[in-house]
Ligand binder design. Structure first.
Ligand SMILES: *Cc1c(COP(=O)(O)O)cnc(C)c1O
Length: 712
């Protein structure tokens, strides 16, 4: 069978870029059209050096940069032997990487990894937070490991919003058009040279979608796009924004992702060996799969088993309300042909999405559907596995909780993307073999042999680099909010390279409890203004409809006029992959204060730990299993208390640890100026966290689990 999976279209995109480039730099076109460069060591700094100002304006998008560079500058670069040698070396490395055979399985039957958001790079704002970043890391790691994987998601005309705060700290959102001419994406075409399209029935129409291909190393990511002239304006808008506020528009997105995703794979001639539903947004895929089995004459019961043999599901949402559901009326109105898609009666279909199939009043939930029609399901940390088994136990009324078939595979982060090059070099020098060593390998013991001086030097460099970012960003952000000049400059003036630097950056959702930080203002002020002060950087975006979360940011701003606060606490706007990377690298101490059992895993702390940051976090999600007393600090929260009691006790524990242990440990120095106790904790953290909470370990766990479910 001839595959129409977009590789020729991608080559055409490369060929279209090449004529812009002088001959010695032609290979840059190939590099620009694959996000592999974003985690190749040193590549980003090299590419940015072509024109740092334009690089920033292009949002780190290499295609955009190359299109913007003026001919004289390109000629200048082409005449620079050092640049040409570097381009050739990168291209050779890239070509070798692409040519490497797959490590297992067959590229004819890849795993299709389906998700509503993918955080691949800041120039492609198709992610809201941790879920999308994890999905991006999953693809990158699969590429590194040579696993045959394809990603399936949506191509958003605008994607996720950008954030501005006003002078009261209130968040305002704006959206920017995704310039499809500038992102490294190619429209997949069919044999006739026209865009390949599939259609999905939504409301009264057959919505057509085209398919973009984005290359993430060796992994193609296919993104469905309803912005086609054939569609009515409202249908063209379905893939406009990530997680739009309107529930019915979101349901249409889920139909395009799930049903359209499976149809797109078929249209491209890709026969996946496995469909990995990453969170429930793509769960309608199971109905499309079921319908095509039944259409081939397979009896319903067997068809269900066949779908289960093909689908696996990862749940990320430990709060019932976060698992979306729809009433019969809503479903029949918005997706009136869903019964025809699944080739089931409405009663049969609705039963598949209920916890109690026979209860006609129960709504149709995407998570129960995914759980029921997947051969394996997992949560994303040990604790989240337990919480999920409790939460969904009634789906298996005859089983005891411990036997509910929801396991856990704890999340991990893609180290080459998140770990600073200096830190990687340090491990290369003192911990040989660390890049491929499994969590049980003795290799990791060598972390203790890293000289304290060298480790501390890297830490200080990273902290100083973040200080530059804070100075550069805080002033214009504050000025554009309309703050006074003195206020706008106060943090840039007071920020120091050598103070204990604390970070809190993630989606602003109420359960993440950013508000605990302002609960005891006197204690905060004492920490900020003592003779051994701390400085704190905060970032995060709230969902546009989440008024409560937005108010927690405003509460921060309300204490800003207390002397000392505005100069030592900085909120940086528009938390994205770029800012996130600066923060997790630069902070000494990383804070996470979720309401216990509501953080499925959390991943930003893993990124921080990989750069020598220490954790001060509620023992929830990943930290519940990672915290061993030597590698950071844990706050044991009690979810059975009232929310007010939990908040009060956890705030007290948070401040007490800072006051009594953390700040003193950071500032106690020996005659060489090194905080030996702090460095000892850093080493314990690097040694225990990097191996276990890397995407390498996570992806291998998924491969092992898959082998147990269904051989390749
Ligand atoms: C890693 C990351 C997150 C996830 O943060 P947690 O709250 O720790 O899960 C969110 N947003 C961005 C931009 C990230 O890079």
């Amino acid at each position: 069978m001839i595959l129409r999976e977009g590789s020729t279209d991608m080559r055409a995109a490369v060929a279209a870029l090449e004529p812009r480039l002088p001959l010695p730099l032609r290979a840059l076109a190939r590099l620009a059209c694959n996000y592999w460069w974003s985690w190749a060591p040193g590549a980003e700094e090299f590419l940015a050096s072509f024109d740092p100002v334009r690089w920033e304006r292009a949002g780190g998008n290499v295609v955009h940069l190359l299109e913007e560079l003026e001919p004289w500058r390109l000629d200048e670069l082409a005449a620079d032997a050092g640049v040409v040698t570097r381009v050739d070396a990168l291209a050779a490395e890239f070509d070798a990487e692409m040519a490497r055979p797959h490590s297992e399985g067959s590229s004819d039957h890849p795993v299709a990894f389906m998700c509503a958001e993918f955080g691949v790079h800041r120039s492609l704002p198709f992610y809201a937070g941790g879920l999308g970043v994890l999905a991006g890391d999953f693809l990158k790691e699969s590429s590194d490991q040579g696993l045959p994987v394809v990603g399936v998601g949506l191509f958003y005309a605008e994607g996720s919003f950008h954030q501005r705060l006003d002078i009261t700290g209130l968040q305002h959102e704006y959206w920017l058009a995704t310039d499809s001419d500038c992102v490294p994406a190619a429209l997949v075409t069919g044999e006739d040279g026209l865009p390949l399209m599939v259609s999905v029935p939504v409301r009264g129409s057959d919505v057509v979608v085209q398919i973009w291909r984005v290359d993430v190393g060796r992994v193609p990511l296919y993104l469905l796009d309803s912005n086609r002239p054939e569609n009515a304006p409202v249908d063209r808008w379905i893939t406009d924004r990530l997680y739009v506020g309107d529930r019915y528009m979101r349901l249409a997105q889920y139909a395009l992702l799930g049903i359209g995703g499976i149809r797109a794979l078929a249209a491209m001639g890709i026969e996946p060996s496995l469909i990995h539903l990453n969170d429930g947004h793509g769960a309608l895929a199971t109905l499309e799969l079921l319908g095509s089995e039944i259409a081939h004459g397979v009896p319903v019961d067997r068809a269900r088993d066949n779908v289960r043999a093909l689908a696996v599901f990862t749940t990320h949402t430990p709060v019932l309300a976060g698992n979306e559901s729809f009433s019969r009326e809503e479903l029949q109105r918005e997706l009136p042909k869903l019964d025809a898609v699944a080739r089931l009666s409405w009663d049969e279909l609705l039963a598949l999405g209920r916890i109690h199939p026979g209860d006609p009043r129960e709504r149709f939930g995407l998570t129960p559907l995914a759980l029921r029609l997947s051969g394996a399901a997992n949560g994303v940390s040990r604790l989240h596995g337990q919480v999920s088994r409790e939460m969904w136990r009634e789906l298996w009324p005859s089983l005891p909780v411990s036997a509910i078939p929801i396991e856990h595979i704890t999340n991990g982060v893609h180290l080459p993307s998140w770990m600073d090059a200096g830190m990687q070099a340090l491990l290369d020098k003192y911990v040989p073999g660390w890049r491929v060593a499994g969590p049980d390998s003795p290799v990791w013991e060598a972390v203790d042999s890293i000289p304290d001086q060298e480790l501390w030097r890297v830490r200080c460099t990273l902290r100083a680099r973040l200080a530059e970012v804070v100075r550069a960003r805080s002033v214009p952000e504050r000025l554009s909010r309309g703050e006074s000049l003195a206020y706008a400059e106060s943090a840039a003036r007071a920020w120091r390279d050598d103070l204990l630097t604390i970070g809190f950056a993630r989606r602003i959702a109420t359960y993440k409890r950013l508000y605990l930080i302002t609960r005891e203002p006197e204690r905060s002020v004492r920490l900020l203004t003592s003779d051994r002060p701390v400085q704190m950087v905060i970032a995060g975006r709230a969902h546009p409809q989440d008024e409560e979360a937005k108010r927690t940011v405003q509460a921060l701003f309300a204490v800003n006029d207390i002397p000392g606060v505005s100069s030592r606490v900085v909120f940086l706007e528009n938390h994205d992959l770029g800012l996130s990377r600066e923060l997790v690298r630069g902070c000494d101490l990383w804070i996470n204060l979720p309401r216990a059992t509501q953080e499925a895993s959390g991943t930003s702390g893993m990124k921080s730990a990989a750069n020598g940051g220490l954790q001060l976090s509620v023992r929830d999600g990943w930290w519940d299993e990672a915290c061993d007393g030597s590698n950071g600090w844990g706050i044991t929260s009690n979810p059975s208390l009232s929310i007010e009691e939990q908040d009060r006790l956890d705030t007290d524990a948070f401040f007490s640890l800072l006051e009594n242990e953390i700040v003193p440990l950071f500032y106690v120095r020996d005659s060489d100026g090194i905080p030996r106790g702090w460095v000892r904790r850093m080493k314990a953290s690097l040694r225990t966290i990097i191996p276990q909470y890397s995407a390498r370990r996570m992806v291998q766990d998924y491969v092992r689990r898959r082998a147990a479910v269904r051989p390749y």
